[in-house]
Write a protein that binds this ligand. Structure first.
Ligand SMILES: C[S@@+](CC[C@H](N)C(=O)[O-])C[C@H]1O[C@@H](n2cnc3c(N)ncnc32)[C@H](O)[C@@H]1O
Length: 297
């Protein structure tokens, strides 16, 4: 079965990588391939009513073309079910780019649900927390499958931990600060999500828990969020070594860096596979680095 994913226009590079990573985590293989041509008649609606909705992915096609396609696809499928534009049981989607991809809608993302987990809706506020959509993207980029162990060693108020728990990862969140541990615990409880929350320096936690399947984390930037008196450079160097030692070959570390040069502190066993920039304001751009653990010591 092939699935087409319609991405939001918000951060196309990150969204594309996130969708590909999620596909791999589910055991699939992302392709940019030429799609096989299918006959419309090969589409099975398995519903009594349907509607056709065409999205124009480029400005090159006018609204009239989209309407014509909706009408003609509707016509071609009308022997299988009745058209109901208001409450259809099945939605046939046409994604119109240079080619048209046609299929029955399998799922939609409720983007508003991310806003419900926005920091203002959480029991403990923190000025440095990530937006839930970015947190979810970082978690997906780890490619940790359902049931796999995903660790956030700088959990703060638990923004990443809650997203990890909601995708079904075996979530481990830790933080040096006792108040932050409590904050993560209450965030998880507030959203009825389950995860283990531990207090401690990341190095001690790593020694105690051993290997994990992926790490997604937002370490302190050395400004608003505390580094607990450790020099930023030292903290990142120590952390990158610990992360490499906590992952098996080909597992991933997804980390937010306040300065891309900090990535140079990574040991040779961590290879950069993707990078993204997330502009926050004039003096803060988050640099998202995806590292893959290579074999070796
Ligand atoms: C940027 S905040 C994390 C924000 C988090 N992503 C969120 O959404 O709330 C960084 C966290 O790292 C913690 N921290 C600093 N040094 C640490 C260390 N050595 N070990 C573990 N946690 C540490 C701080 O207590 C702080 O909560």
């Amino acid at each position: 079965m092939a699935y087409a994913v319609e991405l939001s226009g918000e951060h196309p590079k990150l969204a594309r990588a996130e969708a590909a990573a999620a596909a791999r985590a589910l055991g699939g293989a992302p392709v940019n391939a030429d799609l096989e041509r299918v006959q419309l008649e090969a589409i099975e609606l398995e519903a009594d009513t349907f509607a056709v909705r065409c999205s124009r992915l480029t400005e090159a096609h006018g609204a009239e073309l989209a309407e014509t396609i909706e009408r003609e696809v509707g016509q071609a499928l009308s022997d299988q079910a009745d058209v109901d534009l208001d409450e259809p049981e099945a939605v046939v989607r046409v994604l119109l780019d240079n080619e048209a991809v046609v299929g029955v809608e399998a799922a939609t993302i409720d983007r508003a649900s991310h806003e419900e987990r926005h920091v203002e809706e959480r029991p403990d506020h923190s000025p440095v927390t990530l937006h839930p959509r970015l947190a979810r993207a970082l978690v997906n980029l780890t490619e940790v499958p359902e049931g796999g162990r995903l660790w956030d060693p700088f959990a703060g108020t638990g923004g990443l931990a809650v997203e990890a728990a909601l995708i079904g990862a075996d979530t481990l969140a830790s933080d040096l600060d006792e108040d932050m541990v409590e904050a993560t615990q209450s965030t998880l409880e507030h959203f009825e999500a389950t995860g283990a929350v531990v207090q401690g320096d990341f190095q001690d936690v790593a020694d105690a828990v051993g290997f994990v399947d992926g790490i997604a984390t937002d370490p302190p930037y050395g400004r608003a969020s505390k580094t607990h008196d450790e020099e930023r450079q030292d903290l990142f160097e120590r952390f990158l070594a610990v992360a490499a030692g906590s992952l098996d070959a080909s597992d991933r570390l997804v980390v937010v860096l306040p300065d891309p040069e900090l990535a140079d502190l990574a040991p040779l066993t961590l290879e950069v596979v993707e990078t993204f920039e997330w502009y926050v304001h004039g003096s803060l751009t988050r640099h998202i680095f995806v590292f893959e653990r290579r074999a070796g010591h």
